[in-house]
Design a protein around this ligand. Structure first.
Ligand SMILES: C[S@@+](CC[C@H](N)C(=O)[O-])C[C@H]1O[C@@H](n2cnc3c(N)ncnc32)[C@H](O)[C@@H]1O
Length: 276
């Protein structure tokens, strides 16, 4: 066969092969940002983003001197539940969330049992369950108010997500049952309530405990905010905590670059794999 013919055969071979791979991928990957926008648009229909006055006038509960940390966090979270939902409707927040969820797609495809840790009002997990109806999604949050809203959302959308009220440090799950666990800005809420040393210690312990619910080679994905200027300290904490817990770092992705819309805070995502 001459050179030109050979090239043609090769070209055709590549096209067919590529098309087959592409078809496979399309049947596996179901999410795209338009689907997310459509979902989020419907969920936030008619909801107004909070004004600055509303944000600064939130009245936090009066904490009792000997109240446990988890009681404080629960009270704080219950009190923020209504406003939080509206904050999440803000355009930059939607963009950030959309980017995060799209980044999870590859892991979702390979997972059957998935956990949303600190799920808030269930925005993420409901979207994912809609895209992957055959997979089992579990979600928990410390706030009763958030879980009530999350259940109402799932019921309205007729989704079988299992929601429970629970705390990161005392979960009612058996060990090693999840393939994928994601924690979207829900690991660091205690920061304002603790001094730095205690907070770091708690973060490390918690990271280790959460890993125990993952199967071998299970994936944990976390997000955290970072400032436009200076070092992303939280990123390093994640790396150290993961290393101690026997997790392999897979990926660090910026899901939102700091800008004026986000008050010059960005958001980063990390993925870890359980090695044991
Ligand atoms: C910033 S919100 C994020 C919520 C949700 N992941 C999302 O992206 O919409 C943080 C959430 O973590 C929850 N949370 C904080 N501390 C927790 C704890 N110790 N155990 C369980 N949930 C907790 C809060 O109730 C709140 O819903």
């Amino acid at each position: 066969m001459g050179g030109a013919d050979e090239e043609e055969v090769h070209d055709n071979y590549c096209k067919t092969r590529f098309n087959n791979i592409y078809k496979d991928l399309c049947s596996v990957f179901r999410m795209n940002s338009e689907k997310f926008e459509e979902y989020i648009g419907k969920e936030f229909d008619g909801m107004k983003p909070p004004t600055v006055e509303e944000l600064v006038s939130v009245k936090l509960p009066d904490f009792q001197p000997f109240q446990s940390l988890n009681k404080k966090i629960r009270a704080y979270s219950d009190c923020m539940a209504d406003l939080r939902e509206r904050i999440y409707g803000m355009p930059y927040q939607r963009e950030m969330r959309g980017n995060f969820l799209m980044q999870l797609e590859q892991e979702l495809v390979q997972s059957n049992d998935i956990l949303d840790a600190g799920c808030g009002t269930g925005l993420d997990v409901c979207f994912l369950q809609m895209q992957y109806p055959e997979k089992r999604f579990f979600a928990y949050d410390i706030s009763h108010k958030n879980i009530r809203r999350a259940r109402a959302r799932a019921e309205r959308l007729q989704l079988p997500v299992r929601f429970i009220v629970a705390e990161h440090d005392a979960l009612p799950f058996a060990q090693e049952i999840f393939d994928l666990m994601y924690i979207n800005e829900a690991l660091l809420e205690e920061e304002p309530f603790l001094d730095t040393t205690r907070f770091i210690q708690m973060f490390f312990e918690r990271f280790g405990t959460l890993c125990t619910y993952l199967r071998s080679h299970g994936i944990m994905a976390t997000t955290h905010a970072f400032p436009a200027e200076g070092t992303d300290t939280l990123h390093f904490w994640h790396l150290y905590a993961a290393e101690q817990a026997g997790m392999r770092h897979l990926e660090h992705t910026i899901i939102y670059e700091p800008d004026e819309r986000s008050n010059y805070f960005g958001c980063a995502m990390n993925k870890f794999e359980k090695t044991s």
